[in-house]
Design a protein around this ligand. Structure first.
Ligand code: TXA
Ligand code: MG
Length: 320
C-alpha cells in the first residue's frame, strides 16, 4: 500500500479514491476537491466531524482564481510571497467548490504546498486536492508514511515521500478586504505576515470567543498515552515516563526513555521533530506517560506550544 508511483496515485484521485501524500508540513489525506463523493470518503475514513472544513491544495495560480471568488491585492501579495509554502489562505469561495469541502461556509482554505511530490500529484490528477492531515480526527498528525499507515490502514494509497521537513501544519489566515486574521499559528509567523502586508489590519484570532476555525478546538493532535508539559524537576517524574527534551544538556543520567527533538533548542528542528517524537513515545512499549519540555512562546515557539497545549489538553483537564 505504501508506494511511490505518482501516476498510480493520480489515477486513484481521478477515480474518486483517497491518497495520502507528503507535503512540507504533514501528510495529507487527499481526494478530488471537486468531487463531493470522493471528499465524503475523507470524513468517513478520518472519522472527522462534518463541521470541520478541509484545505484545498493547488499547484498553480490559475487554480486560485477558479476556486476563489474575488481576489484582491492582499491575497495575491501573500500568495506570491509565501507559495509554494506552509500558508493557508481562507478566502471567499467560488461556486465550483462543493459545500462538503467547506462544511457549508462561504469561504475556502487554499494552499500551494512546497513539496515536489504533492505538486506533481496535483498536476497529474488534473484537479485541486482537498486534504486534511492524514490522521484520525483528534490524534497525532503524521509526518511520515509509517504514521499514516498506523492510523489509516485502509487508505487506498500512501505516497511515501519520507519525513516532512516543516513538521507542523500550515499557518492559516483569513483575508477580507484590508483585514487579515491569524486563525492557526504555524511555521510562518505573524511577524512574517506583517512584513509582507505592511498596510493591512492584522489581528490574532487564535483565541476567539467563537469558533472561527474548528482547528482551534482546545483538544487536538493527542497521543494515545497521557501527555504532560514538564513544569517540575526531571528527577521527580514517575517510573516508566518518556521524556521529550529540546536540548542535550538537560537529562543528565536519568534512567528514563529520552528523545531529543534538537540538540540545542533550535525551534526549526523542534517543530520538524515534534510529532515524530510524540509518535515514537506513543509506540514505545515501556513508556506509560509522556512528559515534554515547553519552549518559549515567541516566533515559531507560538505554533509549537499551540500544538503541545492541544496535545496535552485532555490529559490535564480530565475533570472539566
Ligand atoms: O499543513 C497543513 O495545513 C496540512 C497539510 C496536509 O496541508 N493540512 C491540515 O489540514 O492541517 P487539517 O484539516 O488537519 O486542518 C485544517 C484546518 C482545520 O482546523 C479547519 O477547520 C481549518 O483548517 N479550515 C479549513 N477551511 C477553513 C475555512 N474556510 N474557514 C476556517 N477554517 C478553515
Ligand atoms: Mg489535522
Amino acid at each position: 500500500m505504501t508506494k511511490n508511483s505518482i501516476s498510480e496515485a493520480a489515477q486513484i484521485i481521478k477515480n474518486g479514491g483517497l491518497v495520502a501524500f507528503p507535503t512540507e508540513t504533514v501528510y495529507g489525506l487527499g481526494a478530488n476537491a471537486l468531487n463531493p463523493f470522493a471528499v465524503a470518503k475523507i470524513f468517513e475514513l478520518k472519522e472527522r466531524p462534518s463541521f470541520d472544513p478541509l484545505i484545498v491544495h493547488i499547484a498553480s495560480f490559475d487554480d486560485l482564481s477558479t476556486l476563489c471568488a474575488g481576489i484582491n491585492e492582499n491575497i495575491m501579495r501573500l500568495a506570491k510571497h509565501f507559495w509554494p509554502g506552509p500558508l493557508t489562505l481562507v478566502l471567499p469561495k467560488s461556486v465550483v467548490v462543493p459545500d462538503i469541502v467547506t462544511s457549508g461556509l462561504d469561504t475556502v482554505g487554499i494552499r500551494m504546498p512546497d513539496n515536489s511530490i504533492a505538486l506533481e500529484l496535483i498536476k497529474q490528477a488534473g484537479c485541486p486536492i482537498a486534504a486534511p492531515s492524514a490522521n484520525k480526527f483528534g490524534q497525532l498528525s503524521p509526518v511520515n508514511a509509517h504514521h499514516v499507515k498506523k492510523q489509516l490502514p485502509n487508505v487506498d494509497y500512501i505516497l511515501d515521500g519520507g519525513n516532512t521537513s516543516v513538521g507542523i501544519e500550515s499557518t492559516i489566515v483569513s483575508i477580507e478586504g484590508n483585514t487579515c486574521r491569524l486563525l492557526r499559528p504555524g511555521f510562518i509567523t505573524l511577524d512574517d505576515i506583517e512584513k509582507a502586508l505592511p498596510n493591512t489590519f492584522i489581528f490574532n484570532s487564535t483565541k476567539p470567543e467563537k469558533l472561527v476555525s474548528p482547528g482551534l478546538l482546545k483538544s487536538h493532535y493527542s497521543p494515545k498515552k497521557p501527555l504532560f508539559i514538564i513544569n517540575e524537576p526531571l528527577e521527580s517524574l514517575p517510573e516508566f515516563s518518556g521524556l521529550i527534551l529540546h536540548g542535550k544538556n538537560k537529562a543528565g543520567n536519568l534512567s528514563k526513555t529520552v528523545i531529543y527533538t534538537s540538540q540545542s533548542h533550535n525551534k526549526i528542528e523542534i517543530s520538524a521533530n515534534l510529532f515524530a517524537s510524540l509518535h515514537a513515545m506513543e509506540e514505545d512499549e515501556i513508556v506509560q506517560r509522556i512528559y515534554i519540555e515547553p519552549v518559549e512562546e515567541k516566533g515559531l515557539g507560538i505554533a509549537i506550544m499551540d500544538r503541545l497545549k492541544k496535545a496535552a489538553y485532555q490529559y490535564n483537564n480530565s475533570t472539566n
